[in-house]
Write a protein that binds this ligand. Structure first.
Ligand code: NAP
Length: 307
């Protein structure tokens, strides 16, 4: 069987594409590596998605999106895509199968960036975490370090402050990158402090984390901080390893036009994986809708040419 659209990735962008494509009665398959939802499943509260005045939990939101896509008829498969091949009929190759399709929508999102400092790999899962929503309860009444100054770091520091005794945010510059509203919120929490102009240099401990050596980037002075956990939110890297032929920007994001066309006709990209300024749920779902409509237009054109 040849699908009309195969969507790679089941985050908000991919699921929105699936909703629009299956609602247009296109034969739609969505392939997701882990569980649907992507990065939002580890977000405690999405408070800037229009229509949810009190915010919505990221996991609950993902469950709703997935159900909506299935209700309209999208097939959802759990598998890992290893390659895509262009041709008159395109191929999406996974660990377990090869799927043929007229169009492909790449919505594989991003993964968390690691610090790559000594001690980080040794303590992943044993004190180093990339998900406060998953691990915060383990740090009840303990001291934790949060690395980064963007939206993720500050939002997750706020969440951690409900559990930990002290949350120390460490940021490499002297001002936070995050939205002003989050800066206001963090300032009102007495158990959150911020160390500016500094980066972690090494994580030390035996069976668990005992301390982190940090360096002031202006003075080069090292200081030891006694903490029990380190939460790393220093940005994201696009999941483009399986894409060898698409044009990417210098940071590895897929270059598209405003209609989500990539450098290869019939292959579209949407959501966090593509080169763009604003990476939010609201922009991801918008991208997904556009990608599906562009794919539909491509299929109609192809069919008109062959008939
Ligand atoms: P981000 O916006 O790229 O911020 C990464 C932070 O980590 C920056 O403060 C950066 O410092 C710092 N950093 C980068 N590399 C570092 C290194 N090697 N060592 C130390 N610090 C380092 O990433 P993010 O916070 O994960 O957010 C990703 C995207 O998701 C953004 O577009 C964000 O707006 C969005 N997001 C939105 C929400 C929301 O709307 N509520 C929540 C979460 C994420 P500099 O500032 O110096 O570059």
């Amino acid at each position: 069987m040849v699908y009309d659209i195969v969507i790679i990735g089941g985050g908000p962008a991919g699921l929105s594409a699936a909703i629009y494509a299956s609602r247009a009665r296109l034969k739609t398959l969505l392939i997701e590596k882990n569980g649907c939802g992507g990065q939002i499943t580890v977000t405690d509260l999405i408070e800037n998605y229009p229509g949810f005045n009190d915010g919505i939990n990221g996991f609950d939101f993902a469950v709703k999106l997935e159900a909506q896509a299935r209700d309209f008829g999208a097939e959802i498969m759990y598998d890992e895509v290893t390659n895509v091949e262009n041709g008159e009929v395109k191929k999406v190759i996974t660990v377990n199968a090869t799927y043929e399709t007229q169009t492909i929508i790449v919505a594989a999102g991003t993964s968390v960036k690691k610090m790559n400092i000594p001690g980080e790999p040794d303590f992943i899962g044993k004190g180093v975490s990339f998900c406060a929503t998953c691990d915060a309860p383990f740090y009840r009444s303990k001291d934790v370090l949060v690395v980064g100054g963007g939206d993720s770091a500050i939002q997750e520091a706020l969440y951690l402050s409900k559990f930990a005794k002290n949350v120390i945010v460490i940021h490499r510059r002297n001002e936070l990158r995050t939205a002003k509203i989050l800066q206001e919120k963090i300032a009102s929490h007495t158990n959150i402090s911020i160390i500016y102009d500094s980066v972690p240099k090494e994580i030390l401990g035996k069976d668990s984390i005992e301390k982190v050596t940090i360096t002031n980037v202006k003075t080069n002075k090292d200081t030891d901080l006694k903490v029990d956990g380190v939460f790393v939110f220093i940005g994201l890297v696009p999941n483009t390893l399986f894409l060898s032929n698409l044009v990417l920007d210098k940071n590895g994001y897929v270059v598209t036009d405003e209609n989500m066309n990539t450098s290869i006709a019939g292959i579209f990209a949407c959501g966090d994986i593509r080169k763009k300024q604003l990476r939010q749920v609201v922009t991801a779902v918008s991208d997904g809708a556009q990608a599906a409509i562009s794919a539909q237009g491509y299929i109609e054109n192809q069919n008109a040419t062959t008939n």
